[in-house]
Design a protein around this ligand. Structure first.
Ligand code: ZN
Ligand code: ZN
Length: 433
């Protein structure tokens, strides 16, 4: 196993360069055309079978996809920045998921490894002390920034694919690499899972840079406490009228939206576990002297398990409908994201802990940490487990310049070879079980 670690430490420069290229060209949810084209090209070069578009995404299950115009301009941008136009064409409509598959000579387990690719809608810091500014790899895409570390995830995924391909004689069964779009807003995993590509996986692994693993050279083996979540938009439509001469002829969508926002925060908490609700956006009205005929709110619910989240969402929809009825306006709702809760596979987690500890490559190996947030990897994990497989989620330790989604977010690139090293080590172990 020592040679795996020697090889990954020797790749630091290559990993840093890849991560910085991705950091300079961030692409937010469903617009990862350049990133996915790079992934597909590299997987093919390494000898993987590459699947894209409808083969890996169920269009009906894609949530919160941007408009055709936005998608087109992002496709054009990707091509202008070097993406292969034929690959970009395969991703029309925002189907930016990519799967790489390699079958090995020896029969054995099917291993699934998942990496998310999207950036955030954040304007990156211009502070000269911010390392991407100081070292010249700040985002070149206005309003987009890799502020969560998914540039690191793609980098780790491709390097892991390279080392596994080099070791194909030591591997058994089959490995599947899932490169997922639109993790932010928990929108992308559902469509990939619904396509059925994860159904045959025996052992599934994913992970995240940073978060609760905030020390360099740390590994968290099992990350639990994923909250189930739903994201909902509600649009209220009333009737406008003159606010001075004929207010009685209007139907007030602004008040309905405001009423809904307040009522939603009064939904009863749930006795069986944690529940959350947040109305994060409200927009309404058109002018000071016009009785407002339009209103919208954007909200999310969360729950310690899927049942609790379902309760929160059901109550939320009831409150929204009732608020609309109160002001006699129409309302439509649209689910724009969501993820179930999920359990970890403990036996697999214990093996990860043992292997990571024995490797001697980490200063700190933590068996378990609770996330207390949502991550749509839970769709993958839940599906694998329902089909009798095992699934786990790790965290790759790094000090952070600022928190996730902050404009000054940055991580220590030394965490990249560590993540690759442990993934390759675990891949060899679980494929041969
Ligand atoms: Zn994030
Ligand atoms: Zn993230």
């Amino acid at each position: 196993m020592k040679e795996i670690w020697q090889e990954v430490y020797g790749m630091q420069e290559e990993l840093t360069a890849r991560r910085r290229d991705l950091h300079r060209h961030p692409e937010s949810a469903w617009t990862e055309f350049r990133t996915a084209a790079m992934v597909a090209t590299e997987l093919a070069r390494l000898g993987y079978e590459v699947y894209m578009g409808d083969a890996v995404m169920d269009e009906k299950e894609m949530m919160g996809v941007p408009s055709k115009e936005v998608l087109q301009s992002c496709m054009d941008r990707a091509i202008s920045e070097g993406a292969d136009p034929a690959l970009v064409a395969k991703m029309a409509g925002g189907k930016t998921g990519v799967m790489g598959v390699m079958h090995f000579a020896k029969p054995g387990k099917i291993l699934g490894l998942r990496f998310d690719m999207d950036s955030n809608e954040v304007v990156e810091s211009t502070d000269p002390k911010h390392r991407p500014v100081a070292e010249n790899f700040r985002s070149e895409h206005d309003g987009c920034m890799h502020a969560c570390g998914h540039d690191g995830h793609v980098t780790v995924g491709l390097a892991t694919a390279k080392l596994i391909a080099e070791r194909k004689d030591e591997m058994s069964g089959c490995v599947k690499f899932f490169f997922q779009p639109a993790e932010e807003g928990v929108r992308g995993a559902r469509a990939m899972v619904a396509s059925g590509i994860v159904d045959d996986v025996d052992y599934f692994l994913s992970g995240h840079i940073g978060f609760n693993a905030d020390k360099d050279n740390e590994l968290v083996c099992m990350t639990g406490g994923f909250l189930a979540t739903s994201k909902l938009d509600a649009h209220f439509t009333g009737v406008s009228s003159h606010a001075g001469a004929a207010p009685e002829q209007g139907k007030n969508a602004l008040l309905a939206a405001a009423q809904a926002a307040i009522s939603l925060h009064t939904i009863s908490r749930h006795g069986a576990g944690a529940s959350r609700i947040n109305v994060g956006v409200i927009n309404a009205g058109t002018g000071r002297n016009v009785l407002p005929d339009v209103g919208e709110i954007k909200l999310e619910t969360r729950g310690a398990n899927t049942d609790i989240n379902d309760f929160m969402m059901q109550e939320a929809k009831r409150m929204i409908t009732a608020s609309a009825a109160m002001y006699d306006v129409k309302v439509t709702t649209k689910e724009v994201g969501g993820a179930p809760a999920c359990e970890l596979s403990e036996d697999m987690g214990k093996e990860i802990y043992k292997i990571a500890s024995e490797s001697g490559e980490f200063d700190l190996v933590v068996p378990f940490i609770s996330l207390g947030a949502s991550e749509d990897c839970s769709y993958f994990m839940d599906r694998v487990q329902k089909n009798g497989g095992q699934a786990n989620y790790m965290m790759y330790g790094t000090t952070l310049a600022a928190g996730h989604h902050n404009m000054a977010f940055d991580f220590n690139e030394k965490c990249l070879p560590k993540a690759v090293g442990i993934l390759v080590t675990l891949a060899l172990h679980f494929s041969n079980k």
